[in-house]
Design a protein around this ligand. Structure first.
Ligand code: PAF
Length: 287
């Protein structure tokens, strides 16, 4: 496994693989890798001849009051994990390699970015779309792997590659959870022991909501109401949103008459965590 810092080195390596007729998979990350990222790398390794992982804390997707400076970083740990899971190339650029002086081109999507996390993180998806487009142009992968925990991000990237005719297959992969249900996230490291326990309200709310949908509840308000009631009973939790949206448009729905995403963002102390379920993943086909 090779670690490279420049766009040129990635391009040269990928071009060499292309000359050999190899398929390239790509896992974009912001580093501080955990089992969730490992599952994406495993999937890429199983479906491609070579796997590139990017490890770049993208300043453009953080708002001015967000955690860019404190976002956890550990390149040695990340490199060991990528190597152990069979990745071939780790791209770890410095910010000025990705954003040279005078950088002024952005990928800015409307509609899908205007709901859910887009409301409380107004610059976030512009930063994500811009950096992911750049990474796709640099790596030019056949397949790219994203976790379903960032469900809105996944929907936006699928839409973006379709809108902009970017020739890459987007693969959405299941949420990986701790044994007690908490969705794996690099930000879980911010939690104190008491907050770590309190954070379980997210996955518990996912269970409450998904059980109701499985049992036949179709009113979004009933499902969301029960989930919110559970979260609000935890003193360390503060809801940003719990919403049911159409999976294709990310616009809110009132009745579960089409494939839906039930997504939430909740502050546990100062740490903002997200979790979700897709109705398609829990209902038998045809519902
Ligand atoms: O999901 C993430 O870790 C980031 O948003 C991504 C896709 C790597 C872009 O910086």
């Amino acid at each position: 496994m090779k670690i490279v810092k420049t766009v040129k080195e990635v391009r040269e390596q990928v071009a060499q693989w292309r000359r050999q007729g190899l398929r390239v998979g790509f896992v974009p990350t912001m580093g501080y890798l955990h089992e969730g990222h490992a599952s994406l790398i495993d999937r890429s390794v199983s479906e491609n001849d070579r796997t590139v992982v990017s490890d770049f804390v993208n300043p453009m997707q953080f708002g001015p009051t967000e955690d860019l400076q404190t976002y956890p970083r550990d390149l040695a740990h990340d490199a060991a994990l990528v190597e152990a899971h069979g990745g071939d190339l780790l791209f770890n650029p410095e910010p000025d390699e990705m954003y040279h002086e005078g950088f002024s081109s952005y990928v800015d999507m409307s509609v899908l970015t205007e709901e859910l996390c887009g409301l409380s993180r107004p610059v976030h998806f512009r930063g994500v779309c811009t950096v992911v487009t750049k990474l796709f142009n640099i790596v030019q992968p056949d397949n790219a792997y994203f976790g379903k925990k960032d469900a809105q991000q996944l929907a936006i990237i699928r839409h973006m590659v379709d809108d902009l005719n970017i020739p890459v297959q987007i693969v959405g992969c299941p949420i990986i959870r701790e044994a007690d249900g908490l969705a794996k996230s690099s930000r879980n490291t911010y939690l104190s022991p008491a907050e770590r326990t309190a954070a379980l309200v997210l996955s518990q709310a996912v269970k409450i909501g998904s059980d109701m949908v499985r049992a036949g509840t179709v009113e979004a308000a009933a499902v969301i109401g029960a989930m919110k009631e559970h979260i609000e009973a935890e003193p360390l939790a503060k809801i940003d949103y719990v919403k049911m949206v159409d999976v294709a448009t990310m616009q809110q729905i009132t009745v579960l008459d089409r494939p839906a995403l039930c997504a939430m963002a909740v502050y546990i102390g100062k740490t903002r965590l997200i979790d979700n379920f897709f109705t398609q993943d829990i209902l038998p086909e045809g519902n």
